[in-house]
Design a protein around this ligand. Structure first.
Ligand code: SF4
Ligand code: SF4
Length: 154
């Protein structure tokens, strides 16, 4: 699992994503939607909770150990249809929360997301979004620490 994650994060970084910075200044997301879809094309399979899985339907999903993810082709989520999310209303919380991340209770954002703007403050509270660890259910603490080092840019 850890090598699959490393490979997908390295691939995402090559696409310009997974460049996490502390959200200490005024920041908001102005999502470019289908004109971009970079996150859905490059961040692969978001994790899905059992409650979300019931709404999405298991045929679109796969198990890895006890955890559930959307299926992907390479790094692209299979639910992306012509640039739009095919399950937008019931998309997983990780998709809904992107480009924000809660790392150790502090808010980070993916500075590689082309929709990031700094003209208005619409940052969520870190405590309102899932923790970084939640994205890597089958990964031990050292693996999660290495992934964090790979993704955070200072
Ligand atoms: S990468 Fe950012 S701007 Fe592009 S679709 Fe995803 S959230 Fe929107
Ligand atoms: S579920 Fe929808 S929003 Fe999430 S990665 Fe797939 S296509 Fe994108």
């Amino acid at each position: 699992m850890i090598w699959i994650l490393f490979k997908s994060i390295v691939k995402a970084k090559k696409a310009g994503l997974m460049r996490l910075r502390p959200a200490t200044e005024i920041t908001r997301l102005d999502c470019l939607m289908a004109a971009c879809a970079k996150c859905c094309k490059n961040l692969g399979s978001p994790r899905v909770t059992p409650q979300e899985a019931e709404k999405i339907g298991m045929e679109q999903l796969c198990h890895f150990g006890n955890a559930i993810f959307t299926k992907s082709r390479g790094s692209t989520c299979i639910l992306l249809r012509e640039g739009f999310c095919g399950i937008y209303e019931v998309r997983p919380s990780g998709c809904h929360e992107y480009p924000w991340y809660n790392i150790d209770g502090k808010l980070f954002f993916d500075s590689g997301c082309p929709g990031i703007k700094h003209d208005r403050d619409e940052r969520p509270k870190a405590g309102d979004i899932q923790t970084w660890e939640n994205f890597f259910p089958q990964t031990g603490s050292i693996g999660r620490w290495l992934l964090r080092c790979l993704c955070i840019v200072r």
